[in-house]
Design a protein around this ligand. Structure first.
Ligand code: HEC
Length: 109
């Protein structure tokens, strides 16, 4: 009995993991988690900017200004910082920053 319930739980866990892995590429999971923990305070979950963030000068990621910037420019802002935007070089890997740019473009749609 004990063994059976353990196995059922294990199977359920495995199935959930598989569905999650199929539903979204791994990078999106990582970028979403990083964004949520490090960026939402200022940029908001939807990238529109929180009261605090917009007061500091953050732009809506869906605004024409941000959309007009190249991926390289956005990467630069995240890596080196700009104005009140903190620099993340040394705190995040280059690949993480690259994934974040893709994630931000996704928010801007
Ligand atoms: C303390 C608040 C704060 C945090 C935390 C923060 N940002 Fe920003 N961010 C800003 C501000 C303010 C700007 C505008 C800088 C400027 O143009 O002077 C900005 C600008 C940007 C831009 C350029 C587009 C724009 O809005 O002008 C990108 C891209 C960006 N941030 C991404 C991120 C990512 C990714 C993270 C998390 C790793 C993050 N930011 C964390 C405040 C923040």
């Amino acid at each position: 009995m004990k063994y059976l319930s353990f196995r059922t739980a294990l199977l359920a866990l495995l199935a959930c993991g598989l569905i999650a892995a199929c539903a979204s590429p791994a990078f999106a999971d990582d970028a979403a988690a990083t964004y949520k923990s490090k960026c939402t305070i200022c940029h908001g979950p939807d990238g529109k900017g929180t009261a605090v963030g917009t007061k500091m000068g953050a732009h809506d990621f869906a605004s024409p200004e941000v959309k007009a910037e190249t991926d390289a420019q956005l990467t630069d802002v995240i890596t080196k910082g700009k104005g009140k935007m903190p620099a993340y070089s040394g705190k995040l890997k280059d690949t993480d920053i690259k994934d974040l740019v893709i994630y931000i473009r996704g928010l801007a749609k």
